[in-house]
Design a protein around this ligand. Structure first.
Ligand SMILES: NC(=O)C1=CN([C@@H]2O[C@H](COP(=O)(O)OP(=O)(O)OC[C@H]3O[C@@H](n4cnc5c(N)ncnc54)[C@H](O)[C@@H]3O)[C@@H](O)[C@H]2O)C=CC1
Ligand SMILES: O=C(O)CCC(=O)C(=O)O
Length: 399
């Protein structure tokens, strides 16, 4: 079931691949639980439609939710994990589109293109007022976050001759170097030393109001904030005050309280300020991005439907508590794995992760790698070794 707008060719392709596709482009988050309960899809694809705990609880048979985009803050990941439902996204596939809009907002702010155009449409030639842009060349751009989108912005800003610095808690000098970008020592240092700040971090509890009044106060007089990440990362009220005071200007694609549908009334005061240029969350909305997102969503559906493997999962405990891994080499015969698991059960050892590979050749041997929650005892290792079809057992422990 696709509970949002999706590329028509993507829908066709899913049908060609033999999937029964139910397209519900105008379904609201409120209607989702009932529709999921009635239609019982195995896979749900969403864009902006919120998937709440109520939806997950109503969706019997649902195994996978695909976010046809990057941010997953509209999906209740805890509820999904509690019910054993995979959630995957399409990372990086709309990054170029967002980077292009970011550059558009930067240029629009510098040359005041929207106002100049509005005046021109109204029959006013005002070269005097609009011929005052400072130019982007040589200006300092500060990127908050350095993921897929920020890197695409960096490439484009460097081509404009800007000096680019970035702050992310995980950014190393080596990685920044590869992109000709400098690392800022802290968010505060970046904000205090940039002519343009562009925000590219996900929304989470820890990034809520990452840019609030104290951070905005650090930005130099006349600086510009571009925000295409997610409503809530910037404190819109504090931003309103800073812009209304004439200290900074802003280019925005996302807002704290924005409609999730395609068309709605939107009366946020912030959008009326002269120092703000805004777009209605269209960062990802190019044909190219829609095609790339649809292709990635189809890849995920195919992998899951054919092999049960979900690429790009965002709710798996990848670095789970398992420190101990058993590597059991065994004859590739029916029942051997069941016997190994039986031994683990007898010793009350919980499996965290498991996979089995088969060696090439006629006399089949295989190897099972089993990550377990607690340290296996010597008795357990002996029990497994005692099995006639077990060729060897090793215990690996992460340091
Ligand atoms: N306007 C639009 O239409 C779109 C908006 N987005 C938003 O942009 C966000 C970023 O997208 P990507 O670059 O693709 O994600 P990404 O996951 O590739 O990069 C996120 C970056 O943020 C950094 N980060 C996390 N917490 C941070 C913090 N407290 N301070 C500084 N850096 C921090 C991470 O280290 C990483 O470098 C998405 O989560 C989504 O909310 C994404 C696509 C379209
Ligand atoms: O699908 C959209 O238009 C929103 C894209 C977005 O915000 C994201 O990918 O995180």
């Amino acid at each position: 079931m696709i509970a949002d707008k999706f590329h028509p060719r993507g829908i066709e392709r899913l049908s060609e691949l033999g999937h029964e596709v139910l397209s519900e482009p105008s379904l609201s988050a409120g209607d989702l639980p009932e529709t999921l309960a009635a239609k019982r899809p195995e896979i749900l694809i969403v864009r902006s439609t919120k998937v709440t705990a109520t939806s997950f609880e109503a969706a019997e048979g649902l195994a996978l939710v695909i976010r046809a985009g990057a941010g997953v803050n509209t999906i209740d990941l805890e509820a999904a994990s509690r019910l054993g439902i995979f959630v995957a996204n399409c990372p990086g596939k709309n990054a170029i589109a967002v980077a292009e809009l970011t550059m558009g907002l930067m240029l629009a702010l510098d040359r005041r293109i929207p106002d100049a155009n509005a005046d021109l449409r109204a029959g006013v030639w005002n070269k005097k007022k609009y011929g005052t842009g400072r130019g982007l060349y040589g200006r300092r751009l500060g990127l908050v976050g350095f993921g897929s989108i920020a890197r695409e912005v960096a490439t484009r800003a460097l081509a404009f001759g800007m000096q680019v610095r970035a702050y992310s808690p995980t950014l190393t000098a080596e990685r920044a170097d590869a992109y000709d970008v400098e690392v800022a020592p802290s968010l505060d240092a970046l904000l205090g030393d940039s002519d343009v700040v562009s925000v590219h971090v996900p929304y989470r509890e820890s990034t809520r109001h990452l840019i609030g009044a104290p951070q905005l106060a650090l930005m130099p007089e006349g600086a510009v904030l571009v925000h295409t990440a997610r409503g809530g990362v910037v404190d819109d009220r504090a931003l309103s005050e800073a812009v209304a005071a004439g200290r900074i200007r802003a280019g925005l694609d996302v807002y704290e309280d924005e409609p999730s549908g395609g068309k709605a009334e939107f009366n946020l005061e912030l959008r009326k300020l002269e120092g703000v240029y805004g777009t209605p969350h269209i960062g990802a909305s190019t044909q190219q991005a829609a095609e790339a997102i649809a292709a990635e969503a189809i890849r995920i559906v195919t992998s899951f439907a054919d092999r049960g493997v979900v690429p790009n999962t965002v709710n798996l405990d990848d670095h789970g508590p398992a420190r101990h891994t058993l590597v059991v080499r065994h004859h590739d015969r029916v029942g051997v794995l069941a016997s190994i698991l039986d031994a683990l059960r007898k010793h009350q050892l919980n499996v965290q992760d498991m996979h089995n590979v088969v060696f090439k050749g006629a006399e089949g041997a295989a190897s099972a790698t089993i990550a377990v929650e607690n340290e296996p005892s010597a008795d357990l290792l002996d029990d497994i070794r005692a099995h006639a079809d077990v060729l060897g057992v090793d215990l690996r422990t992460a340091r």
